[in-house]
Design a protein around this ligand. Structure first.
Ligand SMILES: CC(C)(COP(=O)(O)OP(=O)(O)OC[C@H]1O[C@@H](n2cnc3c(N)ncnc32)[C@H](O)[C@@H]1OP(=O)(O)O)[C@@H](O)C(=O)NCCC(=O)NCCS
Length: 177
C-alpha cells in the first residue's frame, strides 16, 4: 500500500533513514527541494527545518518565482504513524512559465531501496486526486526523455504526451479521469 502523508517532525527517524537512502539530492529530483536552503540533512533538526520550509511554501509565493505548493511524503502503508517513508511528492498549485515549460504540477521520487514496487504509480494517482481537490482539472507531469521509470509511471497514470521541450517529455493527466 501507498499513502501520501503531510510532513511531520514526529516521523523524523524514518525521514532521516530515507534521506540517507537517497544518498544525495540528485536522486530526489522532481520533489521540489529547490525551496530548501541547501540539501535535506538527515537529523531531527534537519527534519524540522524541512517541515518548516514545507509550511512556509504551502501558501506563499516566496520571491515571485516559487508558486504555492503542497509537500507530501510517500508512506509504505495506510498512512499510520509507524509506516516507513519511501519518497517525496510535491504538488504545485499553479504553473508559472518555468513549470509550464519543464517542471509541471507534480514531481516525485522514491528511495532506492523501495523502487520497483509500484509506489511511484500509486503516489502519482494520489497526487492527481489531491490536485482534483484543489480544483485543478488537468495536471502537467514531465520527465527527462531518458527517464524510463518516470515516463512509464506517467503513462501508466493516464498521461497524454503533448510534446518535448528542452529534453523534457510533457504529459497531461485529466484529474477527473
Ligand atoms: C522514477 C521513480 C520515482 C519510479 O519509482 P518506482 O516506485 O520504482 O516506480 P514504480 O514501481 O511505480 O514503477 C513505475 C513503472 O516504471 C517502471 N520502472 C521502474 N523502475 C524502472 C527502471 N529502473 N527502468 C525501467 N523501468 C522502470 C516499472 O516497471 C513500472 O512500469 P510498468 O508497470 O509498466 O512495468 C524512481 O525511479 C525515482 O525516484 N527515480 C529518481 C528520481 C526521479 O527520476 N523522479 C522523477 C522525476 S520526473
Amino acid at each position: 500500500m501507498t499513502a501520501l502523508v503531510p510532513p511531520d517532525v514526529a516521523r523524523w527517524q524514518s525521514w532521516a533513514a530515507m534521506v540517507d537512502d537517497f544518498g544525495g539530492p540528485g536522486e530526489m529530483h522532481g520533489s521540489g527541494h529547490w525551496n530548501l536552503e541547501g540539501d535535506p540533512v538527515p537529523t531531527e533538526a534537519g527534519c524540522a527545518a524541512y517541515v518548516a520550509m514545507t509550511e512556509l511554501t504551502s501558501t506563499a509565493d516566496l520571491d515571485g518565482t516559487r508558486v504555492p505548493s503542497t509537500y507530501f511524503w510517500i508512506a509504505d502503508g495506510a498512512g499510520g504513524p509507524d509506516d516507513d517513508l519511501v519518497g517525496f511528492l510535491h504538488l504545485r498549485h499553479l504553473l508559472n512559465d518555468w513549470l509550464l515549460e519543464e517542471g509541471g504540477h507534480i514531481g516525485y521520487s522514491v528511495r532506492p531501496s523501495a523502487r520497483r514496487r509500484g509506489h511511484a504509480g500509486r503516489a502519482l494517482a494520489l497526487g492527481v486526486r489531491a490536485a482534483a481537490g484543489l480544483g485543478i482539472e488537468r495536471v502537467l507531469v514531465t520527465c527527462d526523455v531518458d527517464n524510463e521509470a518516470s515516463r512509464r509511471t506517467i503513462e501508466n497514470g493516464g498521461g497524454v504526451l503533448e510534446d518535448e521541450r528542452r529534453g523534457k517529455l510533457r504529459f497531461w493527466i485529466a484529474t477527473a479521469g
